[in-house]
Design a protein around this ligand. Structure first.
Ligand SMILES: *[C@@H]1O[C@H](CO)[C@@H](O)[C@H](O)[C@H]1NC(C)=O
Ligand SMILES: *[C@@H]1O[C@H](CO)[C@@H](O)[C@H](O)[C@H]1NC(C)=O
Ligand SMILES: *[C@@H]1O[C@H](CO)[C@@H](O)[C@H](O)[C@H]1NC(C)=O
Ligand SMILES: *[C@@H]1O[C@H](CO)[C@@H](O)[C@H](O)[C@H]1NC(C)=O
Ligand SMILES: *[C@@H]1O[C@H](CO)[C@@H](O)[C@H](O)[C@H]1NC(C)=O
Length: 351
């Protein structure tokens, strides 16, 4: 009799342990000590230090709060993970104030043809189905290493430069790193938000753009160096705007070359993105320029492959994959809303 009760008790306790385990999901319970170890490890990894102890304490609390959000997300069954990336010690407000800003909508001009003339012609009958199922321009040498815009709101310059570097490599075979700083100093004349049209127009009108080596990135605005500005190393013929809100058309263009685009990065999950295909809620009010460098499908999940300019300690070594073919015509995070590309001769000869 006694042993029977024991067996029942044992069974009940195992069962309740099981219930406890499954209901609490898999969110790790972390001691203060463990969190502090994670924080110290993170600081070493980023080679980061703070001016005083008070600042360190403050950053630790923010780190802890971000960690909680990351842990809770990662305990769920999602197509992507969050991570203690480069933004792990800043608040959402700081992130939005420093790294995001409303991109002005360019007015008037829809497209510019190869002669630099305005054009509203667009052949919507492009062979939408005749493009590959997946493309990764990194494999084809048209994408240079991920860079870091720092505290300057110059994402638009990085995106325009990445698109020009891409088409230049595709057409000429040359891998030439180009100058974001020139666009900041000589065209925008500040570290403020900007659209993607005017920097493209500037490169056309200037007759080219200097190399990154000659006119290196500093992350702060300085007076335009006109000697360097006259170093027109890489040219483009024009640029074109891709019709908005159509992921199919966007795909045909990404299959041809890296494309300058923009997203909304407002959500906390975007800030702390780690890896996988981002499928969580995201608005479409564009506040950050990025470069589309490919697309593909993971399992059944279609995605856009996107190069960012927040260094390689964010996302998948500096890249993010965004859900593709969503119900909203604007695309995930508004990726299909605004996209344009530089044109350069001989592209048509390429297969
Ligand atoms: C780490 O940062 C310090 C200054 O904060 C700098 O002197 C040093 O060169 C950095 N080390 C690396 C490996 O980046
Ligand atoms: C996780 O989600 C996927 C896709 O929604 C589903 O197929 C799978 O069964 C889920 N796994 C668990 C453990 O819930
Ligand atoms: C483009 O504009 C220029 C004047 O700015 C004009 O001479 C030229 O004919 C135009 N080209 C086309 C193809 O319309
Ligand atoms: C697009 O295709 C339709 C139907 O095949 C045709 O009527 C139309 O003229 C085409 N438009 C262009 C710009 O080629
Ligand atoms: C501008 O660039 C030239 C050539 O690279 C350099 O010699 C000069 O010092 C620069 N001017 C300024 C103001 O930095």
């Amino acid at each position: 009799m006694a042993s029977y009760i024991h067996v029942v008790l044992l069974f009940v306790s195992i069962f309740s342990l099981f219930l406890l385990y499954s209901s609490s999901s898999l969110v790790p319970v972390r001691s203060e000590y463990e969190v502090s170890l994670l924080f110290e490890g993170w600081l070493v990894k980023l080679n980061k230090s703070y001016q005083d102890l008070a600042e360190k304490e403050k950053r630790y609390e923010i780190f802890k709060d971000n960690l909680k959000y990351v842990d809770e997300h990662n305990a769920g069954n999602h197509t992507f993970t969050l991570a203690l990336n480069v933004f792990a010690d800043i608040t959402d407000e700081e992130y939005r104030a420093t790294y995001l800003g409303t991109l002005p909508t360019p007015t008037g001009i829809d497209m510019i043809d190869d002669n630099g003339n305005e054009s509203d012609e667009y052949n919507l009958n492009e062979t939408v189905d005749a493009v590959p199922d997946s493309v990764d321009w990194r494999d084809l040498g048209a994408v240079q290493p991920v860079r870091n815009q720092g505290g300057c709101f110059s994402c638009w310059a990085f995106t325009v430069v990445a698109a020009i570097e891409g088409i230049n490599q595709i057409v000429t075979g040359d891998v030439v790193a180009l100058s974001e700083q020139q666009l900041v100093d000589c065209e925008r004349k500040s570290c403020d938000p900007y659209d993607l049209d005017r920097p493209m127009q500037y490169v056309m009108k200037n007759g080219g753009i200097d190399t990154r080596q000659d006119y290196p990135y500093t992350g702060v605005y300085a007076k335009c160096n006109t000697t360097k500005e006259s170093n027109k190393v890489v040219t483009i013929d024009g640029y074109k705007r891709i019709p908005s809100n159509n992921e199919k058309i966007l795909k045909t263009h990404v299959a041809r070359q890296p494309i300058a685009g923009a997203v909304e990065g407002y959500e906390r999950a975007f800030k702390l993105y780690g890896s996988g295909v981002f499928t969580k809620y995201c608005g479409t009010a564009l506040d950050h320029a990025v470069t589309l460098i490919g697309y593909g499908t993971e399992g059944t999940q279609d995605y856009w492959l996107i190069k960012n300019s927040w260094g390689d300690f964010w996302g998948e070594a500096g890249y993010i994959r965004l859900e593709r073919n969503v119900n909203d015509p604007a695309g995930k995070c508004g990726i299909a809303k605004t996209a344009l590309y530089p044109t350069k001769v001989n592209l048509g000869n390429r297969n």
